[in-house]
Every structure is written in C-alpha cells, then in structure tokens.
Design a protein around this ligand. Structure first.
Ligand code: ATP
Length: 438
C-alpha cells in the first residue's frame, strides 16, 4: 500500500473518521464504517455537492431512488451481461487479478512469478433475495450504480415537474459491487456511495461535446473550490477498449496520489441514448421526449457526472494532510480541510479547567456558537496539546477563554493554518466566524 494511504488510514482510525467494517469480528473485506468525525466530513461533502448541483441551479432536480430495483432494470442497463471484469488467476499462488489492472501483456504473477490462467468473467452485481418464504424468494440485486434510479423515473419526473430539456437529475446514494480486489482503504469498497448527475440533452453530437466540456469544467471547479489543489487533479480520456458498455465518450477526473500514481475520483460520460432507449425497449414504456420548441420527438442523450463520495473523502483528506516542522523539535500533523468540509468549525477551551469562572464563560460561548456551527469542547491537558489535537482533525478555529476575557469581554481566536492568534470581542465572534467559515 502507498505510504500516504497508510498515513490516512491510520489517522482516520485513530481520530474516528473511518474504521474497518465489523472489526471486532475480524472485519468484512471491502466494508468500512464512518466514525463520529468521518460522518461529519462525508455529510459536508454531500451537502456541498447538493448545494452546487441542485440548489444553485434552475435546471437540476433531485431524486432518491430505492437501492432494490426490479431485476429487469439490470438486464436493460446491460449490467448483468457487461458488468463483469475479466480476471486472471495465478496458477501457483491462486491470487486473482483484474486484467485491466495487471495489463494484457503481463505474463507472470507479480508476487510469486507464477503463470496466469486464461481470463475468466466475473459478475460484479451483488445478488440478494426478496421475500421471507423459502422457495418463493425473488432474486434481485443491490444496485451496482445509482444511475438507473434517475432513468427509470424519467417519465415520472417529466410528468410531475416543470422541466425542459436540457435538464438534469441529481442523486446521492449507496451502490454495491462484488469487487474482486477491494483495497487501498475505502478506494475500492464493496459498498460505497456515489454522487451523480444525469443530464438530459438533445441527441446531437455538437450539443453533447459542448455539455461534456461544460460539465468537466464544472466538476473540476467544484473540487478545487473545496480545497483540492488544482495541480493534483487531471482529466484522462478512456481508450475505446476501456470505455464502459454505455459510453460514447468517457473521461475520468483523476487525483495524484504520488509522483507515479493517479487514481480515478469521478467519471464524466456521454451515455448517449443508451439508458432511455434500453428502458423503453425492456419496459414497453415510451420514454421519448417531445421538444416543443423544436417541434420534434426524440430519445434524449445523457451526460453523466459520477463521483464516489468515499473516494472524495479520501482525496480531500490526502490533499489536506500535512506534517509540519515547527520551531525546535516540534512537529504537528495538520488537516488543512476547507472550513466548509471540516467536521468541527470551531473548538472552545477554557484556559484552565479548574477555574469555574473561565469554564462558565467558555461554556456560554460554546453554547451560543453551536447554534450556528458544529463546535467541540475541550478542557483536557494544556492549550498547546488541545491546539495540536484540533489541527489533526482539521478544526479551522480554536477559541480560548482566559482571565482577560472576564474583564475585557474578548477571547483569543487561533487560526489552524497560520497558527496566528487574534483577540476578538465576544459579541462579534459569531459574525467573525461566519465570514471565515460559511
Ligand atoms: P474503477 O475503474 O475504479 O473500478 P469505475 O470506472 O468502474 O471505477 P464508475 O462505474 O464510473 O467507476 O463509478 C463512478 C464512480 O464511483 C467512480 O469514479 C468512483 O469514484 C466510484 N466508485 C466506483 N467503484 C467504487 C468502489 N468499488 N469503491 C468506491 N468507490 C467506487
């Protein structure tokens, strides 16, 4: 495993961001549980996605479709047939590898130099059964992508909302894949979350090119606006043999994990009319659209942006992670998370935990601030340790109530990144933090 993955995994566990799933039973491969801080970070990412993709726009509406779908959906979408990764197995150590990862030209297993078997197909769809009576259960699947929840509701959305092409449907939710080689922390999990936009457009090559360009820029801008360094992001176009069965054009937004390695964060695809056409055929419902302005009926094309929430969590953490040398031999680990993503926006401390007058005032400030911001209280150890502890979880501001506060009615506000401290009047704290955080 890459060093930075190890560091993030260790910090995530130590500070309560992410734990291995069902750990006390020895875990369950490819599953992860979000702890108290992880759940906040993840919720913040999803909230920012929704703010940008739905609330800030007139042309996008949301859905939240069921994880369980009629199995015909997956026949129509092509997943039952095509959603399989060819695998090779090492004849000597019996380890399995994905052909697309190991490369067509690989002859021997990297770990024991044994010979590979011929590639075998492997279906990534996760089966489940509905119904309680043995023998009468209906086989279906936990959805392999959230995408289809938008397309099967295309007709409902048209009938119940005033939307006109071009328009989009955004969704955030869980997806499941029987990944052959889960790993690299949550990067490849068997249960994960996606945040997507399915944007319906006229079936026209020029329009598709224009929309692809627009959405690629929008998505990159979103990651950068929330703090990922632009130099660590790039687009990579899929080769034709690598493209998913539905895609006419496909790009990945990739994140630079190390000097040599870039990893997929989000996919941006032109899905053409694949989904609506196939669902029309398989369901017998007419999923075409009547364009009043153009006075023509057509099956729209779809431009999709499909990001992994869990991968976003990892890469936001990685990009924010720094080990900083301080004066003397001191060192601190700091998560320079964007304030909008930070699990806690502010920490409040009384300088001394055994001085009731300090504790009382600090507690009052804490109670006031938490009405507006996620805030945390700490009165353990010394101030320096409390600061470092907050730096490591990315809290942008720490507030200390000291003896001067009692008389002058002000507090020290310490900035996570610069470590600079400022005196701010207690009555102005809320608006000061507002300007910095929200
Ligand atoms: P990969 O090539 O890494 O398997 P993919 O191209 O199959 O990914 P898509 O089907 O395009 O992925 O899914 C869209 C997004 O969902 C991906 O960009 C990724 O962020 C996320 N994703 C896909 N599979 C997983 C997984 N097993 N664990 C976590 N996130 C995933």
């Amino acid at each position: 495993m890459n060093n930075i993955f190890e560091k993030i995994t260790s910090l995530a566990k130590r500070r309560g961001f992410i734990y291995p799933g069902s750990e006390i039973y020895g875990g369950l491969a490819g599953t992860w549980d979000y702890g108290p801080l992880g759940v906040e970070l993840k919720r913040n990412i999803k909230e920012q996605f929704w703010n940008t993709m739905v609330y800030a726009r007139d042309d996008v509406v949301g859905v939240d479709a069921a994880i369980l779908m009629n199995p015909k959906v997956w026949e129509a979408s092509g997943h039952l047939k095509a959603f399989s990764d060819p695998l090779v197995e090492c004849k000597s150590c019996h380890k399995r590898f994905r052909l697309d990862e190991i490369g067509l030209e690989a002859k021997g297993c990297p770990e024991c130099s044994g010979e590979f078997t011929k590639p075998k197909a492997f279906n990534l769809m996760m089966e489940t059964h509905l119904g309680a009576v043995e023998g009468e259960k209906q086989k279906t699947y936990l959805r392999g992508e959230i995408t289809q929840g938008a397309h099967v509701n295309f007709k409902n959305i048209l009938a119940s909302n005033r939307v006109k092409i071009p328009f989009g449907v955004a969704q955030i939710g869980k997806a499941f894949r029987n990944e052959i080689t889960p790993g690299n922390f949550t990067f490849r999990s068997r249960e994960f979350e996606q945040m997507e936009l399915q944007f319906y457009i006229k079936p026209d090559k020029k329009e598709a090119e224009r929309q692809m360009k627009y959405w690629k820029e929008e998505r990159l801008k979103w990651y950068v606006s929330l703090g990922i360094s632009k130099k660590n992001l790039r687009f990579r176009e899929h080769e034709s043999e690598e493209r998913a069965h539905y895609a006419r054009e496909a790009w990945d937004v990739e994140y630079q994990v190390s000097d040599q390695e870039w990893k997929e964060l989000e996919g941006i695809h032109n899905r053409g009319d694949w989904d609506l056409r196939r669902h029309s055929e398989f369901s017998g419902e007419d999923l075409s659209y009547f364009d009043e302005e153009a006075n023509e009926r057509y099956i729209p094309w779809v431009i999709e942006t499909s990001g992994g929430v869990d991968r976003a969590v990892i890469f936001f953490l990685m990009d924010a992670y720094e080990e900083e040398k301080l004066k003397g031999n001191d060192e601190r680990i700091i998560l320079k998370l964007h304030p909008k993503l930070a699990p806690y926006k502010v920490a409040v401390f009384p300088l001394l935990a055994n001085k009731p007058e300090l504790v009382k005032l600090a507690r009052k400030i804490y109670e006031d601030l938490r009405k507006e911001f996620t805030a945390v209280w700490d009165d353990r150890g010394n101030i320096g340790k409390r600061y470092y502890s907050q730096d490591e979880i990315g809290t942008p501001y720490c507030i200390t109530v000291d003896f001067d506060s009692l008389e002058k009615k002000d507090v020290t506000v310490r900035d996570r990144d610069s470590m600079k401290q400022k005196r701010i009047e207690i009555s102005k704290l809320g608006s000061y933090l507002h300007g910095k955080i929200l």
